[in-house]
Design a binder for this molecule. Structure first.
Ligand SMILES: C[S@@+](CC[C@H](N)C(=O)[O-])C[C@H]1O[C@@H](n2cnc3c(N)ncnc32)[C@H](O)[C@@H]1O
Length: 287
């Protein structure tokens, strides 16, 4: 692993470790640049779950929510399925998945930050759910066997990885044939000057850089996935980032045209081909 990748990983661990500690000491997890800039409710992480969905969840799981979407609402989870959440944080999406797949199913959460894992374990205990397991590890090397998971979800984590190809290859490996990849992530749309892209991604909190929509599709196809789709769920306006960018000394009006509506949270879907089908190819080989 390069020194740059290692430094990035440590920076991510540090940031989310602190966020977990803030929740454990009675605060909110909010640590994004937008909130630090005093912009009010975070336009990325706030109001992702409807109140009915949150009912009965431990307060710590709701407070620790740092995603940018609601993958469990879109992933069509079914009773009996095995779900894996990449970068599970305080565990909100794992607990919601566990409810959906029921006692005959299982929900795994994978995270590399010890403080987040401790918070997630506490939330699991408070929820009373028994079909939940949190794993310590990295999404670039998933500690589960090949072909063992029906659905992979994730909420605003793949954009944090410095090696997205590896993450997608690992996701493909652990999914069963026909398994679904159904994640929320930050993506960008179209070309823009790299310097502006970098600055705005810092506002979003994507330290390693989000993928451009077309690049995401190509990487998923390259990992072996099919039926790839990218559906925007929240499109960000320049006004959302104005306070942060101005604070960074950027002339916001001058770059507005390059930025407006080019950054978004999206629901990214794909599936692993059904390679488990009979190899029979017709009368000649079946006889
Ligand atoms: C933006 S938070 C999202 C947490 C959770 N998905 C949610 O919606 O609240 C990112 C989480 O992913 C974890 N994470 C980031 N990069 C990771 C990696 N490479 N491997 C494992 N976990 C990672 C962090 O520790 C943190 O808990």
């Amino acid at each position: 692993m390069s020194a740059k990748t290692e430094n990035l990983r440590e920076a991510v661990k540090e940031k989310y470790g602190q966020a977990a500690l803030r929740v454990q000491t009675g605060g909110s997890s909010c640590c994004g640049s937008s909130s630090a800039a005093g912009a009010g409710a975070d336009p990325i992480t706030s109001n992702l779950y409807d109140p009915k969905q949150q009912e009965g969840l431990p307060e710590g799981a709701v407070l620790a929510s740092l995603g940018c979407g609601n993958p469990t609402a879109l992933a069509e989870l079914k009773p009996g399925e095995t779900v894996l959440d990449l970068g599970s944080g305080g565990g909100i999406d794992v607990l919601l998945s566990a409810r959906r797949v029921g006692p005959t199913g299982k929900a795994y959460g994978l995270d590399m930050t010890d403080e987040m894992l401790a918070l997630a374990e506490e939330n699991k205990r408070k929820s009373g759910l028994t079909n939940v397991e949190f794993l310590r590890g990295e999404i670039e090397g998933i500690p589960l066997p090949d072909n063992s998971v029906d659905v992979i979800i994730s909420n605003c984590v793949i954009n944090l990885s410095a090696d997205k190809d590896r993450v997608l290859r690992e996701a493909f490996r652990v999914l069963k044939p026909g398994g679904r990849f159904a994640v929320s992530d930050v993506v960008t749309r179209g070309a823009m000057p790299p310097e502006i892209r970098e600055r705005v991604l810092l506002w979003v909190g994507c330290v390693a850089g989000a993928l451009e929509e077309g690049e995401y599709r190509a990487k998923l196809a390259g990992a072996g996935f099919e039926n790839v789709s990218v559906e925007p769920t929240r499109i960000y306006r320049i006004e959302d980032a104005r306070a942060f960018l101005s604070g960074e000394g950027i002339d916001v009006d001058a770059i507005a045209g390059e930025v407006d509506e080019k950054f978004m949270s999206a629901f990214v879907r794909a599936s692993k081909p059904m390679t488990g089908k009979s190899p029979c190819c017709g009368p000649a080989c079946c006889s």
